[in-house]
Structures are given as structure tokens and as C-alpha cells.
Design a protein around this ligand. Structure first.
Ligand code: GLU
Length: 302
């Protein structure tokens, strides 16, 4: 089966050491399967995007020898496809408008005694599932239980991660009716990522472990939209000196690509790969790492 992988950065800043690891792991896995490697710029959350960060990311990747095999896709140009997917879900009775403000959701949660704990998103209590009760529509949500019932899906939803092994999540109770289109009119990550992975024919997703928790929602949406489910693998995160995940939000510094081999060596080390041979060019080092990745029975020992 042909392999198509991808790296899907959000242009909220330049690449940092952690995002290079995710990019490199997806590239290595594609190369070691003789597959294609694509890049998609996930610029739907426009308030968080930084002008020209997309170009900077593409340049940083290219300097490291990581060049996509097809033209780059920008999510900001894909609204029609997301609208078509939402229309499809509405037509099946699986998406509904929600008029709740964040405050109303939190109040309803407090009433039923749910603490707000998973990430920052509260489990939606289902207030608008059966109608807006005179409120104006703000966001669009997926009716998770209805998709599960109508599609006869098992609960909890079970899936396999190539590295982490068997995973499961009860999406209805642990996540709830998640947002497809936000109250500010922007497309939600979950919808955009599923529509685009299918549009680009992605067969294998290799990405950072911080996204593991999103996978069950994405598989549910794939079922709802009649799209294939790719294989998933989540790689360990690079932690900063304070033990926290490296991210642009907590001030990770931009990746220094003035010495690309050094940047790649650090990423390779995080992935459990050996040092490249002395005097190797970037191309030679990349091909050594591809071989080493291929030879690891379970890449990225934990
Ligand atoms: N754009 C997402 C991020 O940068 C990654 C999406 C994905 O790989 O599924 O966190």
C-alpha cells in the first residue's frame, strides 16, 4: 500500500527543537517506507498565527533537507471543503448549532458537578443538543452520541498507536460534543485536520505525543464523514530545562539552523537514533538515519 505521511505545523512561530523532532520523525517514517512526505500549514486559528511564520518554517525545513514531495497545502484556503464537510454532518443530523457562551457552559458544568480538568476545554453538557431555546447560534458541534449510535460504533472508541500500543477513549463522556466551527466563525482543528488528511490521501500520521488525546475524536469524525482512518504514531515530546513541553507558548526559542546537521543531530538523539558518521553531508546523514529508523523494530525506544 502506498505510504503518504505529513507534517502539519501551525504557523504560530518558527520551528523550535520540539517541532523539528515531530517533522523529522514524520519525514524519516515516510522515507523509510519509500513513501511521500507532505507539509500542510495549519493556519485556521488566525488569531494565533504569526505573519510569515509559514515561510520561515518551510525555509527551516528546507535548510535541514526536509523538502515536501508535493505542493504545500494551506488550511486558510480550504474553507469550502470544511463547509462541505459540516453541511454533510448537518444533513445527517449529526451536527447542531450551539448558542452557549463559555460562561454558560461552565455554569452548567458546575450545576452537574463536573470539574473542568481535561486541558482547558470543558466537557460540553449538551445544553443546545435539542434546540437553541431562542438563543442565537454561535458555534457548531458534533452530536457524538448520535454518530456512535447511528454508525453502531463501539464505546469506548479503541485505536492502536504504533508506539504507545492500544488506546481508548469514551468520546461522549470524556470529551463531549466537540466544536466543529467556533463561535468566532473559525474552523476547529478537529474538523480541518480530518478533512485535509483525507484530501491529501494521508495513510500514516506521525506527530507529537501531546496530540494523542485528539485521535479518538478524529477517528470518530472520519467515521461520520465516511473517510478512511490512517495509521497513528505519537512520538515523545522534547522537554525544556524546566521539564515542561517545549512550545512556542512557553517561550521555546526558534530553531537555530545555522548548523543544520547539529539541529538534526539533536532531533535524531531525541528519537533514539545514533550519531551520524564523521564528515557526513546532510544528505548522507539523512540517509544513515533513514536506515537506522528502518532497522529499529520499534522506533523511538521509551
Ligand atoms: N497543527 C497541529 C499543531 O501544530 C498539528 C496537527 C497534527 O499533526 O495533527 O499542533
Amino acid at each position: 500500500m502506498p505510504y503518504i505521511g505529513r507534517f502539519a505545523p501551525s504557523p504560530t512561530g518558527p520551528l523550535h527543537a520540539g517541532s523539528l523532532v515531530a517533522a523529522f520523525a514524520s519525514w524519516l517514517d515516510a522515507r523509510s517506507h519509500d513513501g511521500q512526505w507532505l507539509v500542510r500549514i495549519e493556519d485556521v486559528d488566525t488569531p494565533r498565527c504569526i505573519a510569515s511564520a509559514d515561510q520561515l518554517i518551510l525555509q527551516q525545513l528546507a535548510i535541514c533537507g526536509l523538502v515536501p514531495d508535493a505542493p504545500v497545502m494551506w488550511q486558510s484556503q480550504r474553507s469550502d471543503a470544511y463547509q462541505a464537510a459540516l453541511d454533510n454532518l448537518i444533513a445527517k443530523g449529526w451536527a447542531y448549532p450551539c448558542g452557549c457562551s463559555r460562561k454558560e457552559i461552565e455554569d452548567a458544568q458546575a450545576l452537574i458537578g463536573h470539574a473542568r480538568e481535561r486541558h482547558t476545554a470543558a466537557v460540553y453538557p449538551g445544553t443546545c443538543r435539542d434546540g437553541l431555546n431562542g438563543k442565537a447560534a454561535r458555534a457548531w458541534r458534533l452530536n457524538v452520541q448520535r454518530v456512535i449510535d447511528d454508525s453502531k460504533l463501539d464505546t469506548p472508541l479503541a485505536w492502536h498507536d504504533r508506539l504507545l500500543g492500544p488506546q481508548q477513549q469514551d468520546v461522549a463522556t470524556e470529551v463531549g460534543d466537540f466544536v466543529l466551527r467556533r463561535a468566532d466563525g473559525l474552523w476547529a482543528y478537529q474538523l480541518a485536520v480530518v478533512v485535509d488528511d483525507a484530501a491529501q490521501g494521508i495513510t500514516n500520521i506521525v506527530r507529537g505525543e501531546d496530540l494523542t488525546d485528539n485521535t479518538a475524536r478524529q477517528i470518530l469524525l472520519q467515521h461520520a464523514l465516511g473517510l478512511p482512518t490512517p495509521s497513528y504514531m505519537h512520538t515523545p515530546l522534547v522537554l525544556g530545562e524546566n521539564g515542561e513541553k517545549l512550545s512556542k507558548q512557553n517561550g521555546a526559542t526558534a530553531l537555530d539552523v545555522s548548523q543544520p546537521l547539529l539541529a538534526l543531530q539533536n532531533a535524531a538523539h531525541a528519537l533514539g537514533l545514533p550519531k551520524f558518521s564523521d564528515g557526513a553531508s546532510i544528505e548522507q546523514a539523512l540517509s544513515e538515519w533513514t536506515k537506522a529508523w528502518q532497522e529499529m523494530s520499534s522506533p523511538v525506544p521509551r
